[in-house]
Design a protein around this ligand. Structure first.
Ligand code: G16
Length: 566
């Protein structure tokens, strides 16, 4: 009887969310994303998907309604797995099938039912079982369409018998991922717990900074909130922070501008100009920019009072700052005289980047003696790779990244810190305390602009560095990014961490021929997984050369993809 009830429940609610005619959704770089008005059925079905994932894993799952850096009229869904990371890639084909099932020969709700039942059987999911229970945490960003889409997700979740949705309201994406991870570890997981943990671990890092160094850094800095959720959350957090004077602009309040429109980390990083709300008065000031759901962060400073151009401190430079600091703490620990403790802490530190990483950053990191590896774009790939190390630092150039610590390494650090408790000033103990504080501060589930911002600020104080000094760690090779609108972005297929085009045939040879014309030339293209475009990235020894390489390749992409000659 339970099983019949379960079928009826899905059938009845599915009929209320028809799939828009003629559209196909694909699980992209970070879930589903599209114009908000066509998303109700996608979000409803994502609710079913999240509930099945929770039944399968016996753990709490997260469902976030956001389209992050996309325009305000778009929206989307990100799903957090039990460890707080992105939905396992093994379930992506099912997600695609569930959201897009073919309705040509049967009624929509029966089609859903068949897709669900086939998968439930394959995966051995206890759907309709007497004791089945599932819990899904829901969050949304500030988009006007968010409220209605959360309701659609709730209906999808409650169509699965035993599944419960807990609406956490407006959150940053990393907050929701953090909450899912914490709840599954049976730890305190409210928003105030999140803020307290960030404030406490930041204070701990700052307390370990020599006072004369901290004085060298201007306490005042300005943050662009992208008119999204991150600005308001930072306003809440800043009251709990000591030693920082943060001014937050572009909060998305009445009278402020529009979400992500000429503001935010994606805009500043791609266009290399100041966001709205910034101007010549900010000359000499350290500035940072969050994206629409606060999972990306970049820093910048104005280059001159009468131009909008910025010196960009992107994800690669944030990564480099973090890597220099972590390496220094590990070096301090390796100088410990106690052989037994030192051996316990021997660790593998790895750095993960994508093809977008500026060539100068990779060169710099390798010169530091670090192991650098590459994955395709998307935090789901970088995170997985970074988790293979004792300490894995990953960042995309667009500012999405974090530092992962293995549980074994953290437990060894605790042991070392306890053993050395009798020498409070001993540098090895301080290094252990700093690494433990970083582990508490930086989000272990996903890239988090707020925790990344606090870690960057604490490290600047530690070194006594201005943003100019930070920026001079290395000089970026000039680069250019372009977006090309095409009829069908799936026509482009890439390989080797997106550095080679496999389809359409002949295009890679054309890119190679263009690239060969420029000194230090490097260029690749890839279909975006969040927007309906092909992205072109080019690097060369001068800005003019990078621009011209990108434009030449853009022309080839346009010609080949509109001619449909592949
Ligand atoms: C998402 C992903 C990022 C990725 C970005 C751009 O970011 O989480 O890992 O770099 O999309 O992807 P694409 O180039 O495929 O459009 P966000 O911040 O938009 O969620």
């Amino acid at each position: 009887a339970t099983s019949i009830n379960q079928h009826q429940s899905i059938l009845e609610s599915a009929s209320r969310f028809p799939l828009p005619q003629g559209l196909r959704f694909s699980y992209g770089t970070a879930g589903f994303r599209a114009e908000a008005s066509v998303l109700a059925s996608t979000v409803f079905r994502s609710g079913i998907l999240a509930a099945l994932r929770s039944l399968k894993t016996g753990a709490v799952i997260g469902l976030m309604i956001t389209a992050s850096h996309n325009p305000v009229n778009d929206n989307g869904v990100k799903i957090a797995d039990p460890d707080g990371g992105m939905l396992t890639q093994q379930w992506e084909p099912f997600a695609d099938a569930l959201i897009n099932f073919d309705v040509s020969c049967m009624c929509i709700s029966w089609a859903i039912m068949l897709v669900v039942l086939k998968f439930v059987e394959e995966e051995n999911i206890p759907l309709g079982g007497v004791n089945s229970s599932a819990e899904i945490l829901l969050g949304r960003d500030t988009r006007p369409s968010g409220r209605a889409l959360v309701e659609a997700a709730k209906q999808g979740i409650s169509a699965v018998i035993g599944a419960v949705a807990i609406d956490m309201g407006i959150l940053t994406t990393p907050q929701l991922h953090w909450m899912v991870r914490r709840r599954n570890k049976r730890m305190k997981a409210s928003e105030s717990d999140y803020f307290e943990q960030l404030a406490k671990s930041f204070r701990c890092l700052v307390d370990l900074v020599p006072k004369e160094m901290a004085k060298l850094v201007d306490a005042k800095f300005v943050v662009d909130g992208a008119n999204g959720v991150g600005g308001e959350k930072l306003e809440q957090l800043k009251g709990m922070l000591t030693g920082l004077e943060v001014e937050v602009r572009n909060l998305g309040r009445k009278g402020d501008g529009i979400l992500n429109e000429n503001v935010g980390a994606d805009y500043v990083q791609k266009e290399k100009v100041i966001p709205c709300g910034f101007g010549s008065d900010d000359m000499g000031i350290r500035c940072a920019s969050l994206d629409g759901d606060a999972d990306r962060l970049v820093y910048f400073r104005l280059l001159s009072a009468n131009s909008r151009s910025v010196d960009l401190v992107d994800g690669d430079k944030i990564l480099s700052l973090f890597a220099v600091f972590i390496k220094e703490q590990l070096d301090s620990l390796s100088k410990m005289t106690n052989d037994k403790l030192r051996n316990r802490l021997s660790s593998r530190l790895g750095v993960v980047q994508t093809a977008y990483a500026n060539g100068a950053s990779t060169h710099y990191l390798k010169q530091l003696g670090l192991e650098v590896v590459f994955t395709p774009t998307g935090v789901k790939y970088l995170h997985k790779k970074a988790s293979e190390y004792d300490i894995g630092i990953y960042f995309e150039a667009n500012g999405h990244g974090t530092i992962l610590f293995s549980e074994d390494f953290i437990s060894s650090l605790h042991d070392v810190e306890k053993e050395l408790a009798s020498c409070p000033d001993c540098e090895s103990r301080n290094a252990a305390l700093r690494l433990l504080a970083v582990n508490q501060l930086i989000n272990q589930a996903v890239g988090d602009a707020l925790s990344g911002l606090l870690l960057a600020e604490a490290i600047l104080q530690y070194y006594g560095w201005s943003i100019n000094r930070w920026s001079e760690l290395y000089h970026d090779l000039p680069s250019k990014q372009l977006k090309v609108k095409v009829a069908d972005r799936s026509a482009v297929v890439t390989a080797n961490a997106e550095t080679q085009v496999v389809k359409p045939s002949g295009l890679q040879e054309l890119i190679n021929a263009e690239t060969d014309k420029y000194s230090h030339g490097r260029c690749f293209i890839r279909p975006s997984g969040t927007e309906d475009i092909i992205r072109v990235y080019a690097e060369a020894s001068t800005q003019e050369a990078a621009d011209s390489l990108a434009q030449a390749v853009e022309q080839h992409v346009k010609r080949l993809l509109t001619e449909k000659s592949f």
